[in-house]
Design a protein around this ligand. Structure first.
Ligand code: IPE
Ligand code: IPE
Ligand code: MG
Length: 246
């Protein structure tokens, strides 16, 4: 049986999130500049987006740029923003062909004008697509997202739009950037780092975590298949006992 045949199609994660890490080290290993790694990272993005759509994953969220990444050297940040613009241009066709809807989460206002323009154009052109929702986390930080949610909710309480008593988990959910997405079922991080780096802290409360040493530009279809098979062989207990589940 091939790897892909081992994947149970009716048991896919409803929401797969990926921390795409290791571009810089990949380039360094080859004696190249970090930007070379980022360029090759975009090829992995295309591969994994297409493969996810092919498999029938409904929601894929990719961590492309964190609020903390603004602290990188200016030249690297500029290169990343340029790559964002050129990838959005190139990938529009793929998104349309595969019926994929693009959306973005993060403080999008902080992105350079050109990137914002390109981003909102692609979002607009793909907004009616239904096969898969691809969410790009751009200038995203989970703590910032939660801070904004708290502020918005407080504002509503202050203005008597909602009562303090009515605040529950679903109201908090509705004030996150990810309000239209289900909780993350599977979170993958590449490059051997075992940390979350301020990504979807609320949304991964019960996610299965999968870490691989593979660097993002090398992350192949088969690597994704392996992660999914691994996920499908886990028992998700959500606080219950194994006996209760079976
Ligand atoms: C991930 O690769 C891409 C971004 C964070 C934008 P890195 O650039 O973090 O690569 P490493 O971790 O330095 O190898
Ligand atoms: C996390 O990667 C952010 C993205 C993948 C966009 P980093 O490489 O920035 O994470 P840390 O700083 O090493 O934790
Ligand atoms: Mg990194």
């Amino acid at each position: 049986m091939s790897l892909v045949e081992k994947i149970q199609k009716d048991f896919l994660p409803k929401h797969l999130a990926i921390i795409m890490d290791g571009n810089g080290r990949w380039a360094k290993q080859k004696g190249k500049l970090r930007v070379f790694g980022h360029e090759n990272g975009t090829k992995s993005v295309r591969r994994i987006v297409e493969t996810s759509a092919e498999l029938g994953i409904k929601n894929l969220t990719l961590y492309a740029f964190s609020t903390e990444n603004w602290n990188r050297p200016r030249l690297e940040v500029e290169a990343l923003m340029r790559l964002l613009v050129s990838s959005l241009r190139k990938e529009l066709k793929i998104l349309l062909k595969n019926n994929i809807k693009l959306q973005a989460i993060g403080s999008l206002d902080t992105l350079p004008k050109k990137a914002k323009k390109e981003l909102f154009e692609v979002i607009e052109k793909t907004k009616d697509n239904t096969h898969m929702t691809l969410t790009l986390a751009l200038s995203y930080g989970s703590r910032e997202e939660l801070k904004n949610a708290v502020k918005e909710i407080c504002e509503k309480v202050k203005n008597n739009i909602i009562s303090l008593e009515s605040i529950d988990e679903s109201i908090i959910n509705q004030h996150l950037y990810t309000q239209n997405l289900p909780d993350v079922d599977l979170l993958i991080r590449t490059s051997g780092e075992h940390r979350i780096s301020n990504f979807l802290l609320w949304q991964i409360a019960y996610a299965e975590l999968y870490f691989t040493d593979v660097l993002w530009p090398d992350f192949s279809k088969e690597d994704l298949y392996e992660a999914l098979i691994n996920y499908q062989n886990r028992e998700r207990r959500f606080g219950k006992t194994s006996e209760q589940i079976n």
